[in-house]
Design a protein around this ligand. Structure first.
Ligand code: PEP
Ligand code: MG
Length: 757
């Protein structure tokens, strides 16, 4: 038999001929079992394929021919069914000793003792089983099993090309180990969704498994390795840049695998056995997967996950299938799965079909999450090892309220979920009914509740939610969705449309806040260098002041768009008062120019700053006289106060927005502005969460700008509270903070029957 292994290549060559021949599919299969049986010196060789949900004997050498198309078994039944269900091989010296053995007299298999079988896998699912049997009771050698697995790979191509299995049917397969699974994660954007799993970076479907020219295949893999290593080096140079979310540790592991001699050698050996570059990569990956499955070590499972990622990257490079799922377009209601995403990558998806997002990483204030929240798409983050559990096309029930996802649910689960979904819609309807209700506390204090926006598509939400205006329009979103820097005319058009839609309601335009995790590929450093800490680096106003042209163009666009109306301009990341002055000077200059040209000017211009950098809090006495408003950006403020990267998944749950340090800081900002005619608002994600909003109102905040989905719930909260009461409570807590501020607030709200998530 070992000799036969040496001729695995000969088997593949012969299989290749069979596949290329003009005979009908059944005749081809009959020849295939002969070729394999002969090549492996095996008395029996059989192929079972999935048809109408059952595994049917399609061809055999050695078993009774009368059993062909007669012997059928369910997935999970007998040895063959077990292999299909587990997508794992079986290697038995005595087949009858296995607990799953089921005797089929029509096959005449009683005289054979040993049995080895491997799954025939197509798109990660078993579509059939290839097995060999011997009279002698002995276990097969590892090399023999490997040869069988290589052959099974080639068979999957033949089967797919001949249309011998219904791939759609294979998708619907829910055998034992591919049955329902529950996974947990961290809620990033609340909401429920039903849809099918779509991988942002789809798995490559291998079309050709047998090589025409082995040397050419070696060359392809060699080049792909080169390219992949180059990519990894580039990513390492940009580590922490955030867009791909790849972090240093992961990149180090990537690097280790990318340069691993053993890995490339095994792929080359697989090519030597006659496989194409793609099939060889997959074959080696299958083998590693199988080995890893036998080792129960979470650390190794993590590494396996990285290797899977890398192998997929290599496959994508070698096959030239580099596009993401967005470039292919979503076909049905989809739940997108990715390790991490940049905001621009998310925006490439069709909003109508994108029902949810599951990230293996992710954190609450990462911009991709803010974008998703604005899109009204629920997001579950930090779900580990999705690739191992979910396959493309699997049905998913995403419950981002509870922080769970159910994979391949059984029908009763879907039913129960739909009931909850309907209830959640009812709740939404209650919030929607608050549209025209003024957000006033029980004691009559009017709280201004505005919404955050960034795209034209967000605008309908203004009237749908009944928000008081737009307290933060993130102008950089237009830059993120464009392939090049948006021209002034395009900017003007967007701003004008936004103002037109808003009508009498105010809109606060924030000048571009790019950099950080909102990197633009077309806007790089002058010196081409990458940054170690982009969130604290060349971003927002710092970019705008250095690239004055950028701010000049935006200033003109905003001033022209607001002709005859009030323009509210807000500068992000102001760290020192002079930066505000410098930015305002750019607007003043543009205003003077427009005046000289006798163009229509805005009726009024109100300038404001974001307070995101703690240093600014110390300078408010200097800045305040120049401001009409100040908006506290708690997303960045928190990351700088706690020195905790907002995009770092490891820190996602570490610090609490209702911690005394943040609340005291905000209270101090409010005190520092006492006596100045400056509107104070909070526009970070914090204000959109009810318990946090309650705390902010207790501090004296009367203006919130929040994500549209939070407007209803926050309005409902406002109507239930008494500002005097919460102010008193908050003063007490800030003077001597409880050990657990969150618990104190939750208890306080519960005592008064105030609903707070
Ligand atoms: C913030 O930092 O709180 C903020 C609102 O701005 P962004 O999230 O866009 O950085
Ligand atoms: Mg910010």
């Amino acid at each position: 038999m070992l000799e036969a292994i040496a001729s695995a290549r000969t088997i593949l060559t012969r299989l290749h001929e069979v596949m290329a021949s003009r005979s009908v599919a059944q005749a081809k299969l009959n020849t295939v079992v002969e070729v394999i049986g002969e090549g492996l010196d095996s008395e029996v060789c059989s192929v079972y394929l999935l048809r109408e949900g059952m595994l049917e004997l399609f061809a055999t050498r050695g078993l009774a021919q009368e059993a062909v198309h007669v012997t059928r078994m369910a997935v999970g039944e007998g040895l063959v069914g077990t292999i299909a269900a587990t997508t794992d091989m079986l290697n038995l010296a005595e087949a009858t000793a296995h607990p799953d053995f089921s005797y089929r007299p029509e096959t005449g298999e009683d005289k054979f003792h040993s049995f080895a079988g491997v799954p025939i896998v197509r798109r990660e699912r078993a579509v059939g089983v290839l097995c060999v049997q011997h009279v002698d009771p002995r276990r097969y050698e590892e090399v023999e099993i490997e040869a069988l697995q290589t052959v099974a790979m080639v068979l999957s191509e033949l089967i797919a090309n001949a249309g011998l299995v219904d791939e759609e049917e294979a998708w619907g397969l829910t055998p034992a180990q591919t049955g329902p699974a529950h996974l947990r994660g961290l809620t990033l954007v609340k909401g429920l969704a039903i849809g099918t799993a779509v991988f942002h970076q789809p798995r490559v479907t291998i079309e050709h498994t047998v090589a025409e020219d082995t040397e050419a295949e070696r060359q392809r893999v060699y080049l792909a390795f080169d390219k992949m290593r180059e990519q990894i080096e580039r990513m390492t140079a940009q580590a922490e840049f955030g867009v791909g979310g790849e972090h240093e540790e992961v990149l180090e592991t990537y690097k280790m695998f990318a340069y691993d001699e053993g890995w490339s050698r095994r792929i080359n050996e697989a090519i030597d056995s006659g496989l194409t570059a793609e099939a060889a990569i997959e074959r080696v990956q299958q083998r590693t997967r199988m080995r890893m499955r036998q080792i129960d070590d979470p650390l190794l499972a993590d590494r396996m996950h990285d290797l899977e990622d890398l192998a997929n990257r290599l496959l994508r490079t070698v096959s030239g299938q580099l596009g993401t799922a967005a470039s292919k377009g979503l076909k049905n209601d989809a739940i997108l799965i990715a390790r991490n995403l940049g905001p621009a990558e998310l925006l490439e998806y069709d909003r109508r079909r994108l029902k949810g997002v599951i990230l293996e990483e992710g954190s609450l204030t990462a911009h991709v999450v803010i974008v998703a929240r604005a899109m009204g798409v629920p997001v579950l983050g930090r779900v580990r090892a999705m690739r191992g559990q979910v396959r493309e096309g699997d049905q998913l029930l995403l419950d981002a309220d509870q922080g769970t996802v159910t994979v391949r649910p059984a029908p009763p689960m879907v039913e129960a979920f739909e009931t909850r979904f309907a209830r959640s819609r009812e709740r939404q309807a209650v919030y929607a009914s608050l549209r025209d209700v003024e957000p006033r506390t029980k004691d009559g204090t009017r709280i201004t509740v505005m919404m955050n926006a960034g795209l034209r598509d967000d605008m309908p939400m203004l009237s749908m939610t009944g928000a008081d205006g737009i307290g933060l329009f993130r102008t950089e979103f237009q830059f993120l969705v464009s392939a090049t820097l948006p021209a002034r005319e395009r900017q003007t058009r967007l701003y004008r449309d936004v103002l037109d839609t808003a009508g009498n309601k105010p809109v606060v335009f924030r000048t571009v806040d790019i950099g950080g995790d909102k990197a633009l590929p077309y806007l790089r450093h002058n010196d081409g260098e990458t940054e170690e800490n982009p969130a604290m680096g060349w971003r927002a106003l710092r970019v705008a002041l250095e690239r004055e042209g950028l701010l000049k163009v935006q200033a003109r666009a905003l001033l022209e768009a607001a002709a005859g109306r009030t323009l509210n301009v807000m500068f992000p990341m102001v760290s020192e008062p002079w930066e505000f002055d410098a930015a305002k000077a750019v607007f003043d200059k543009q205003l003077a120019w427009l005046k000289s040209q006798k163009k229509m000017l805005p009726e009024a211009i109100r300038y404001g700053a974001m307070l995101e950098v703690p240093a600014l809090a110390e300078m408010l006495d200097v800045l305040a006289p120049k401001l009409s408003f100040l908006s506290i950006g708690t997303n960045d403020l928190t990351q700088f106060l706690f020195a905790a990267d907002r995009a770092n998944p490891k820190l996602a749950e570490r610090y609490d927005w209702v911690s005394p340090s943040i609340l005291r800081f905000i209270a101090r900002v409010i005190r520092n502005l006492d006596g100045h005619d400056v509107d104070i608002a909070v526009c970070g994600e914090m204000g959109g969460r009810r318990l946090e909003a309650l705390a902010l109102i207790g501090l004296g905040i009367r203006r919130l700008s929040i994500t549209p989905a939070s407007i209803g719930p926050v309005k409902q909260l406002i109507c239930q509270i008494d500002t005097q009461e919460i102010t008193m409570a908050m003063q007490g807590w800030l003077a001597s903070p409880p050990v657990d501020m969150r618990a104190a607030l939750v208890g306080w709200a519960a005592e008064r029957g105030i609903e707070c998530d």
